[in-house]
Design a protein around this ligand. Structure first.
Ligand code: ADP
Length: 493
């Protein structure tokens, strides 16, 4: 049996240093869950301005030269606040020390030099992985995530001696596709310009670097692992993914109950649990007050939190609204994203101030308060690789209403008569991505809400589900061992 691996976890965002979505939560909680099971873990992240501000004490541990930046790149070592996992920030100030987000500027436009930024990040990781960074620590496994780290397995594949590589696909909709001149400008090795390498219909795809060259591929739910091998979800990469099916595993993300549990959540007004369900009402009352909604305790309150992009199916909700609002219900919505979706939601809130409250922006605190205060949680996603909010909602007794896709299909059990009788129902699930299907399912949920004994049963069953990371972290460990064993058996290239 190979020794426990040293793990280098490469990712473009990590809670609480920098976060745009679920990836940051996964980076935080998966590395924390893996820490006791591997020899040592290091999380490597670009030294964004925002991350530097959050990171606390940092110590420069290495200076290296990579193609691209004029100045040397520094590696700064610190700890992830909360988990204590060691973090290495790749400090290339010209690329990362700016206001704005990790991928886009303060107006939401992609940074025009994203290819160069994440090429520098990848090259620094490769130097560390191959022991050329002047750091004595070497990884046995490099676990990469999404297109921002896609060049890492591709560049490592050209190295005679290298660690094993695992690539996790969190969302196939984001591929890091750039024009062909970027390939030349970045001086990427010519061997990588081929359809069986980074080329994708005349452009360069960072994502393909991971999909083709990583020793093992994972995605974040078993259902999404199957979906992406079909044309409806594969963005033209379904053939490649089917070809790699033997090395592709779907491992459901976990929820971090250290952060998301109503029994000890410091951000909510009233703690509660499966045996003190009645106390949840206090959070509803506080949320209604905070959002300026009338304090009607028996009006069902629907929550929705997320990136306001087409993927999330907000258009289905908008189209269903006129019929939906005939019911005496309220909606609390938190999110940011595409301007036209934000505006449509704000308009709806202006037209129906007694029923809809919309908060555009990002607020960790309000997200927790919505989870705690709402009765139901809406996720009408067109596709959802895993989704985290439905896992949090289950824990908070906030009954999720979801489309049967990706991780939503793998984590929510529909409340039909059989599941209700068997005591396994945890939410409401619909199939078609249409306003009518959403409305029909919401009306099923509203009908059950009027039967408190049944409703409480569904809440309690959801709260008892265990989607913690422990089991799933073991699945990653198995994969690391497999990749490591295979690497050890492969002669140097
Ligand atoms: P995705 O990764 O596609 O954005 P997930 O459901 O996997 O979707 O994860 C989203 C995470 O980001 C959740 O933790 C959610 O609460 C959080 N989140 C998204 N938008 C906001 C927001 N506007 N304010 C606070 N948290 C948000």
């Amino acid at each position: 049996m190979p020794k426990l691996p040293n793990l280098l976890f490469a990712v473009s965002e990590a809670h609480p240093l920098i976060k745009t979505g679920g990836l940051a939560d996964v980076a935080y909680s998966l590395t924390a869950a893996l820490k006791p099971h591997v020899h040592e873990v290091r999380l490597v992240l670009p030294a964004y301005r925002a991350a530097l501000a959050q990171a606390g004490h940092l110590e420069p541990i290495a200076t290296l030269h990579v193609a691209g930046p004029d100045a040397p790149v520094r590696i700064l070592e610190g700890d992830i606040p909360g988990s204590g996992v060691k973090v290495w920030l790749v400090d290339a100030p010209f690329y990362f020390d700016r206001d704005g987000g990790p991928y886009s500027d303060t107006h939401g436009a992609d940074w025009p030099d994203n290819a160069a930024r994440f090429a520098v990040f990848a090259r620094a990781i490769v130097e560390i992985a191959c022991g050329r960074a002047g750091i004595s620590w070497r990884p046995d496994v490099v676990h990469c995530n999404d297109w921002q780290t896609g060049l890492v397995p591709a560049l490592l594949a050209l190295e005679p001696v290298r660690p094993a590589t695992v690539f996790t696909l969190h969302n196939l909709a984001y591929q890091g596709l750039f024009d062909v001149d970027v390939f030349q400008a970045l001086a990427l090795p010519a061997a990588l310009w081929a359809p069986e390498a980074l080329e994708f219909h005349g452009r360069v795809s960072f994502l393909k670097g991971g999909l083709i060259f990583a020793d093992r591929l994972t995605t974040v739910s078993p259902t999404y692992a199957k979906e992406i091998q079909t044309p409806a979800f594969g963005y033209g990469l379904e053939g490649l993914l089917a070809h790699r099916a033997r090395h592709l595993t779907g491992i459901l993300n976990g929820a971090d109950y250290g952060v998301w549990d109503p029994a000890h959540d410091p951000l909510i007004a009233q703690h509660y649990g499966p045996h003190t369900l009645h106390l949840k009402a206090v959070n509803k009352d506080v949320l209604q007050r905070q959002l300026g909604l009338p304090q009607i305790s028996d009006a069902p309150l629907l929550g929705l939190i997320g990136r306001l992009v087409e993927q999330k199916g907000i258009d289905l909700l908008l189209a269903a609204l006129p019929a939906l609002l005939k019911h005496p219900l309220q909606i609390a919505l938190l999110g940011s994203g595409e301007k036209h979706i934000e505006q449509a939601l704000l308009n709806a809130a202006v037209r129906h101030p007694r029923q809809i409250a919309v908060h555009i922006g990002y607020s960790e605190e309000l997200a927790h308060r919505i989870e705690a205060g709402a009765d139901m949680f809406l996720m009408p996603s067109r596709f959802e690789p895993c989704g985290l909010n439905q896992l949090y909602s289950l824990r908070y007794g906030t009954v999720p209403i979801v489309r049967r896709t990706g991780g939503l299909a793998d984590s929510v059990t529909d409340t039909n008569a059989a599941h209700l009788k068997a005591g396994t129902a945890t939410g409401f699930v619909f199939d078609d991505a249409t306003p009518a299907a959403l409305l029909h399912t919401l009306e099923r949920a509203l009908a059950l809400f009027r039967q408190p004994a049944h409703w409480r049963k569904v809440m309690a069953c959801g709260m008892q589900q265990d989607f913690s990371w422990h089991r799933n972290a073991r699945a990653y460990l198995e994969l690391y061992r497999e990749a490591q064993a295979e690497r050890a058996a492969t002669p140097a290239a």
